[in-house]
Design a protein around this ligand. Structure first.
Ligand code: C2E
Ligand code: MG
Ligand code: MG
Length: 873
């Protein structure tokens, strides 16, 4: 089902738009009002500035006109020949004052407050406010007369007047001065001698108001500089401390003040209206915005839920198709109404083939009928899954784990739906694990677990059930094969043995492998010795047949221990224990045999077991020591060789001789590590002794049989750097008895290493002189039993003589062992034996004692007068 069509996205309206619109319009309105106000204020300010500039300009202009007028006026008096004649030098006061040429009228008509005629010496004529006075100009006018005269007289053109401002009777006045010169052709002469006419125009407020009104200035007046506002336009009258000022009209302010009464209420009304409008607009916009937001939110929620639904469906599809599970639905009648696509992939059936069919036809469960299980779901919705089987399209049985839930519509059950997980592999793996836990992986035989279960069942009914005979089998010579040829060979042997054991048994017997080379055969309904002996003969015979591995025949044997249920009990573990003890007994009795359990074996074997355990730990705990027994030339004085003899420093039993533990070590294969240790220890010790002393080490026949003696010896020689020519290996005849050909090969290889070989205990076994010829021996040691009797029995002496003669004839060194008396030594000397060894010369002693014995013996050899200390008893 595609639901994407449901998710029609609405326009993506973002934020409260109408509210923003209203705020924008409001802001525009406020901006308009501000702009209009600013424009109005600008105009007003501009008007005021223009007013200021006008006042400043017209004030200056009025003053300039006053100056110009004054200059023109004074020129008309000073540039006049008559005046020149009447006023230069001594002033003609009559002409000037009385005749009104230059007298009172200048004040009364023209407004000049002061009139002076000066020369460089004094004021010649003075009229103040129309009154002729005999006074000096500085008394009224604060301007230096001399500088004014010089200013006038220094003019390039004397007709040009000068003007300045000065305080006249403490009030600013316009002072205009001109040189009194003729206006005819008459030469003026020295300008510095001309008289100067000065007019003082006191700038009274009346005069100024009058002047100002002519220029449209209101109240043009003078004010002290310090009293004038900085913003007030003014025209400064230099050096008087006064400036010309006039009232400002301030048209801008007038404009504002004239507009304010009308504009303000209008603005207030407008603002109130605007505020109301905005409030209303904002409220509606908020309402609109809220509805838009709500719309957006619901749209978002709709989109999100659509997306979640899509994702969920996608997930469902992915899970339904990717999982190994398939999904099913059935209606109330348990007919299949839906099967997911995985169904076809897993079962190989087309979905359509099963739609409409009862689910019980497809799936089956051995323990619970499917329909009952489904119905039960109504009461208990947490019911656990059900394991079912079915046949796929190829007819193969498959397993699945079924889970289910009721489908309810308006509280009515309309069917069930659930998943079926294919667990075929899981079931197979489980079966495999089960099998592995009960079977030996290498041979496929039942293992100890399965054997125990089998025995428990077989022994359950005790004497009411058929008798059970349990045969515990241990392979002989398996370990050397495994060690020397490697695990593949060992595995092949075990495989073959398993096969042969199965061949020997009947279907209802069981053959199990307990581990290593230990097998068990359980024979049912057979417990007479006669029958069992027959079976064992067959079994040992079968296993004795060589096993071919890579075209090489491998020889093994078997020892069998037997326990019988009717005699030894109905407890499985006890039967196994008894058979194990019997097996031990069989092995110690010599291999390739069988032995029935007897009660007395238990203790014996227990002791041996304990000893074996002790022996094993003795190796790791380094409890072995070597004693050394010297071998002399037949004179009994010169030491030529030394024999290493092992002892066990038992923690409880004290120092034990080799007879007490070597046989056990040989039976348990511990002889191999022990032999290696002896060889290494002896070689390392002998290295500290003189190079002409040979070292003898005993090798057990078991070492020959179960380990690679040649490799062991080579390793020690290489490891200790002990010269092979100093090493002598003592071997008993039994070596040759066990494996004639193998022994020869080994001995030849040992000889090739460069060591010497001595035949030990010659005369005790099935001694065959033929061995001496066939094997590469360097010497023989006549057993101590012959030596013990040479002094008593003439017959024994003859045998010893014969051995000596024969040995020598074959080029062998003949040693007599066990020389205990001087007499024996003398006889051997007479019979020309080569070397002697025995308690008479020295018992086996530890290495320190041997070192001092050797030293003493060497010293005696150098100085024969010294007493013989070589004998240790
Ligand atoms: P063997 O190799 O014939 O050693 C000589 C044995 O005779 C030694 O006994 C020695 O102490 C004993 N003996 C020497 N002189 C006299 C004497 O005058 N009178 C008497 N009655 N006995 C004498 P031991 O040390 O008890 O060794 C016994 C056997 O144990 C050895 O006989 C040898 O076969 C075996 N053996 C000793 N050490 C080793 C070893 O390292 N490896 C192996 N495989 N066997 C060993
Ligand atoms: Mg020996
Ligand atoms: Mg010996």
């Amino acid at each position: 089902m595609d639901i994407s069509s449901r998710a029609t996205p609405l326009p993506d309206l973002q934020g409260p738009v109408t509210r923003r619109l209203a705020i924008a319009v409001g802001a525009l309105f406020i901006a308009g009002v501000i702009a209009a106000t600013a424009a109005l204020l600008g105009i007003a300010r501009q008007l005021d500035e223009d007013d200021i500039n006008d006042v400043r300009f017209y004030s200056a202009r009025a003053l300039e006109n006053r100056i110009t007028a004054s200059k023109n006026y004074i020129t008309s008096y000073a540039y006049w020949t008559t005046a020149y004649e009447r006023l230069s030098g001594t002033v003609d006061t009559n002409w000037a004052y009385n005749e009104q040429n230059m007298g009172k009228t200048l004040f009364t008509n023209d407004g000049y407050d002061g009139l002076f005629v000066l020369d460089r010496e004094r004021t010649q004529y003075a009229v103040v406010r129309g009154q002729l006075l005999d006074a000096q100009m500085p008394a009224f006018l604060q301007v230096p007369a001399m500088s004014l005269i010089e200013q006038v007289q220094n003019q390039p053109d004397l007709t040009k007047p000068v003007s300045t401002y000065a305080l006249f009777e403490d009030w600013p006045a316009l002072v205009t001065a001109a040189a009194i010169i003729p206006n005819d052709e008459r030469p003026v002469g020295d300008p510095h001698k001309t008289s100067v006419l000065v007019f003082v125009d006191k700038l009274t407020p009346t005069k100024l108001r009058k002047i100002g009104s002519g220029y449209g200035l209101n109240n043009l007046t003078l004010a002290p500089d310090e009293t004038i506002d900085p913003g007030q336009p003014r025209v400064a009258l230099d050096s008087t401390g006064y400036s010309l000022v006039a009232d400002l009209e301030r048209p801008g302010q007038h404009l504002l003040w004239s507009l304010l009464p009308t504009l303000s209420p209008a603005l207030i009304v407008l603002m109130a209206l605007t505020a109301w409008f905005f409030r209303h607009a904002l409220r509606s916009s908020r309402y609109v915005d809220n509805s838009v937001e709500a719309m957006q939110a619901s749209n978002q929620a709709l989109l999100a839920s659509n997306r979640a639904l899509e994702a969920s469906e996608e997930r469902f599809r992915a899970v339904a198709e990717a999982a190994s599970d398939w999904i099913w639905e059935v209606d109330q009648e348990l007919s299949i109404t839906y099967l997911s696509a995985r169904f076809s992939a897993v079962t190989g059936y087309p979905q359509a083939q099963w739609i409409g069919q009862g689910i019980g036809h497809l799936l089956a469960c051995d323990t619970t009928p499917l329909n009952l299980w489904l119905r039960k779901l109504n009461e208990d919705s947490n019911a656990s899954d059900l394991r079912c089987t079915y046949r796929d399209c190829k007819g193969q049985q498959r397993h699945c784990r079924l889970s289910a839930r009721p489908i309810m519509e308006s509280a009515t059950l309309v069917g069930y739906r659930g998943t079926a997980s294919d667990i075929t592999d899981e079931v197979a793996a489980h079966a495999q694990i089960q099998h592995l836990s009960l079977h030996d992986a290498l041979t496929g035989l039942p293992n100890r677990n399965k054997l125990s279960r089998y025995l428990d069942d077989a022994l359950l009914l005790k004497e009411h059930a058929p008798p059970v005979s349990l045969l515990m089998i241990d392979l002989d010579n398996f370990k050397p094969i495994n060690d020397s040829l490697g695990h593949p060979a060992g595995d092949a042997v075990l495989h073959e043995v398993a096969g042969r054991l199965r061949e020997c048994t009947r279907d209802h017997d069981i053959v199990a492998r307990l581990g290593g080379d230990e097998f068990v055969v359980v024979l049912c309904g057979m417990d007479t010795h006669q029958e069992i002996d027959r079976f064992c003969t067959r079994l040992i015979g079968s296993l004795h047949q060589p096993i071919l591995f890579e075209q090489q025949p491998l020889h093994i044997g078997a020892s069998v221990g037997i326990a019988l249920s009717r005699r030894h009990g109905y407890v499985a573990s006890e039967l196994i224990r008894c058979a194990d003890i019997a097996l031990y007994q069989a092995k110690s009795e010599g291999k390739n045999t069988w032995c029935y359990f007897e009660a007395h074996m238990s203790d014996q074997i227990q002791t041996r077991r304990q000893m074996e355990d002790d022996l094993r730990s003795a190796l790791t705990n380094n409890e072995f020591v070597l004693h050394y027994q010297p071998r002399y030339k037949v004179d009994g004085k010169e030491i030529v060789s030394v024999e290493a003899l092992v002892r066990w420093q038992h923690p409880a039993k004290g120092l034990l001789g080799p007879d007490l533990f070597i046989p056990l070590a040989e039976q348990t294969d511990l002889i191999v590590p022990l032999g290696r240790w002896v060889l290494r220890e002896a070689c390392e010790t002998a290295l500290t002794w003189p190079a002409d002393i040979l070292l003898s080490v005993n090798l057990s026949p078991a070492q020959f049989a179960i380990s690679d003696v040649v490799e062991d010896v080579r390793e020690v020689l290489v490891g200790t750097r002990f010269p092979a020519s100093r090493l002598e290996l003592e071997i008993t005849e039994n070596v040759m008895l066990n494996d004639t050909d193998g022994a020869l090969t080994t001995m030849t290889a040992l000889k090739e290493l460069g060591v010497r070989l001595n035949m030990d205990d010659f005369g005790t076994g099935y001694s065959s002189l033929g061995y001496l010829r066939a094997y590469p021996f360097d010497g023989i040691k006549i057993d101590k039993r012959f030596i013990a009797s040479i002094s008593t029995g003439a017959n024994d002496r003859a045998v010893v003589q014969a051995i000596i003669g024969l040995g020598k004839a074959m080029g062998l060194t003949v040693t007599a062992e066990g020389v205990e008396t001087e007499e024996q030594l003398d006889i051997l000397g007479k019979d020309q034996c080569n070397e002697v060894q025995g308690y008479y010369m020295s018992r086996p002693i530890d290495k320190a004692a041997f070192a001092s014995l050797l030293q003493a013996s060497r010293a005696a050899a150098v100085d024969p007068s010294r007493p013989r200390k070589g004998r240790v008893t």
